[in-house]
Write a protein that binds this ligand. Structure first.
Ligand SMILES: [Zn+2]
Length: 618
């Protein structure tokens, strides 16, 4: 682990993680762009980015067509995900693997298309001095290897991902010289990196040590725009921030918090729902790190008194990662929080989110209804959006029109129309939903039902033949019914539209690297309501803690669910405006498995622990 947690740091350094041989390395932060305060600049850079993206896609398409015409590859069938469109390298290797042609042919064609030379790294003699001038962390991060220094001082770099337009810009900034690229075989480049930079990266800690001088410090009160711009584009700062982001992603963090205090500066990651503190960077780097993050997120770096929102897009080998960035001015300077959205993590099916066969069967039946309302409930961060996305994917068909309205759109789904909520300009869920209904949809996903207005339009939509998927903030499934009644929705409208409610929580799963059997304490079983005859023949597991799980004993999370369907008995109780507890009792009588029961099944299967289920179902 490169980014040592405060406590276990020593231990980790002595035992390098085994599973981390191949570091995800093609982090492609946006290049620092000419900045001027104000909106117009933002628009310009967005347009530039869009232009870059279009260019990438055009090149990819054109190469694909050329390959196809040359009879080298067959056109890919099946729906392409948005990530694959620009994924030139992915396509070339995939086609090569299928034996249509050699990777070399592909790279040569690509070289002709984008006008970058194709080289064989064997033809170059490795220049040790040049290698030592390019830090290993940079080589790994961008997946490049320096080949030679030209007479004009520029460096020729072999690149795994030549279509990434930002890499060369970033490298020139980092190395402080002009850099040109050459296409080369991926495994050759990676072998060279392993051979000449060894298996270890420069860690954030080491990086911090080299930044110990006050070089990049600025007085928080006096810094002007030019100062901020300068420190944000200093090579060591770029590198440090890239490393921090890379490490957060490697550690599977869902959020990254950058927090200023009066005498300290703190960085924390949230992994599997729990915050972990990292070795704090020196206080004097605060302004530089925060300005760098704001540059990357396309925020106005001169504005430090108002909250701002931004986005950072990174692509790491085969993964696309989106960071939603928000800044908040505090008494000690700006605090930055980044939500890390990993498309691969979001795009998982209903089976992978942890629905057991019996729940899955009921849930699939509900989402295949032609109309009605399906609600997913639970607190913030319990995976509701992932469940909705998984549902949309399950029922996706080109014969159906699907529209979503979200706050904000977390991931773009191929073939689905998605709309961002903008409350500031009056585009609320209710307003958006009303417009969506005029767009002839079949299936609508509404990010959240928060008020009577949104609830009423959702009901109207369901009554007029649409399937509506949405979320509510309630503790359990029966609670959703009472919540709607509290919003003043008429009970008969609820019974005639709601098809099902699913409540969920996320629990951490036991790390498979260090799972061991153990005898749980008696009290824990009693607290969970587990009787002695239930534990007969059950083996309990826990994670001992290992390098893979950062000594937490847990790695990854899974959902626990309870699914409420509206039976005749429940319908009557709703019409009588019965309280949650009564609806709940009836549902249990009719066989609804509670989240805790679902959790118990996952304990028995050795997936999670008693502690996790107890914590999430209290
Ligand atoms: Zn472990």
């Amino acid at each position: 682990m490169l980014f040592g947690r405060k406590s276990k740091e020593k231990e980790k350094k002595q035992t390098p993680p085994a599973g981390e041989g191949k570091a995800p390395s093609a982090v492609a932060p946006k290049p620092p762009q000419p900045k001027a305060p104000g909106e117009s600049q933002k628009v310009v850079s967005t347009i530039k980015e869009e232009g870059d993206r279009i260019l990438e896609r055009k090149v990819a398409e054109s190469v694909a067509t050329q390959l196809e015409e040359a009879g080298l590859v067959k056109k890919a069938s099946g729906p392409a995900t948005s990530g694959e469109e620009a994924g030139q390298t992915v396509e070339t290797t995939a086609a090569a693997k299928e034996g249509y042609t050699t990777e070399e042919d592909m790279l040569q064609l690509l070289s002709e298309q984008i006008g970058m030379p194709y080289v064989r790294v064997d033809d170059y003699e490795v220049d040790q001095e040049l290698v030592s001038n390019v830090p290993g962390s940079v080589a790994r991060m961008y997946r490049v290897f320096p080949l030679e220094k030209n007479s004009d001082g520029s460096v020729l770099m072999a690149m795994v991902d030549p279509l990434n337009v930002h890499t060369l810009d970033d490298l020139s900034l980092l190395l402080n010289c002009s850099v040109s690229g050459a296409i080369a075989n991926e495994s050759d480049i990676m072998d060279l990196i392993d051979e000449f930079y060894g298996g270890t990266d420069e860690s954030v800690d080491e990086m911090l040590e080299s930044l110990a001088e006050d070089e990049f410090s600025l007085s928080i009160d006096e810094a002007n725009f030019d100062d901020l711009e300068r420190i944000a584009n200093e090579a060591p700062i770029i590198k440090l921030v890239n490393l921090i982001l890379l490490q957060a992603i490697k550690d599977r963090a869902s959020d990254l918090h950058v927090e200023p205090f009066q005498n300290s500066f703190r960085i924390r990651y949230r992994v599997d729902g729990t915050l972990h503190e990292t070795v704090p960077p020196p206080k004097h780097l605060q302004l530089a790190i925060i300005s760098r993050l704001k540059v990357m997120a396309n925020m106005n770096i001169a504005e430090r008194r108002l909250p701002q929102d931004g986005r950072i897009k990174l692509s790491m080998s085969d993964r696309e990662i989106d960071l939603r960035v928000s800044s908040l001015p505090t008494v000690n300077g700006e605090s930055i929080v980044m939500r890390i959205l990993d498309k691969n993590m979001m795009m998982i099916g209903l089976e992978q989110i942890g629905m057991m066969p019996q729940d899955l069967e009921v849930f699939e039946k509900i989402i295949r209804k032609p109309h009605g309302i399906i609600l997913v409930t639970g607190p913030t961060g319990c995976g509701k959006t992932t469940t909705l996305y998984a549902s949309l994917q399950k029922i996706y068909s080109p014969m159906l029109k699907m529209i979503t309205t979200e706050n904000p759109v977390e991931y773009q789904l191929e073939g689905v129309i998605q709309v961002n909520i903008r409350e500031r300009v009056g585009l609320t869920f209710a307003a958006c939903l009303r417009s969506i209904l005029r767009q002839d949809p079949d299936i609508i996903m509404v990010g959240e039902i928060r008020d009577l207005e949104t609830a009423s339009i959702a009901i109207e939509a369901a009554l007029t033949g649409h399937l509506v998927l949405s979320t509510l903030h309630t503790n359990d499934a029966p609670g959703a019914i009472t919540r709607l009644i509290d919003m003043n929705v008429e009970p008969f409208l609820i019974t005639s539209t709601i098809e099902g409610v699913i409540a969920q929580r996320l629990v951490r799963t036991i790390c498979t690297g260090c799972r061991e059997t153990y005898d749980p304490p008696e009290e824990l079983l009693i607290d969970l309501g587990i009787t002695s005859d239930m534990t007969k023949g059950v083996t309990f597991y826990q994670g001992k803690g290992c390098v893979d799980c950062n000594y937490t004993g847990y790695r990854g999370r899974i959902g626990i669910f309870e699914t409420l369907t509206i039976s005749e008995g429940i319908r009557e109780l709703i019409l009588d405006r019965s309280p949650t507890s009564v609806i709940r009792r009836q549902a249990r009588k009719e066989g609804m498995r509670t989240m805790r029961e679902d959790g118990w099944e996952k304990i028995v299967r050795g997936i999670t622990t008693l502690e996790e289920i107890l914590r999430e179902t209290q």
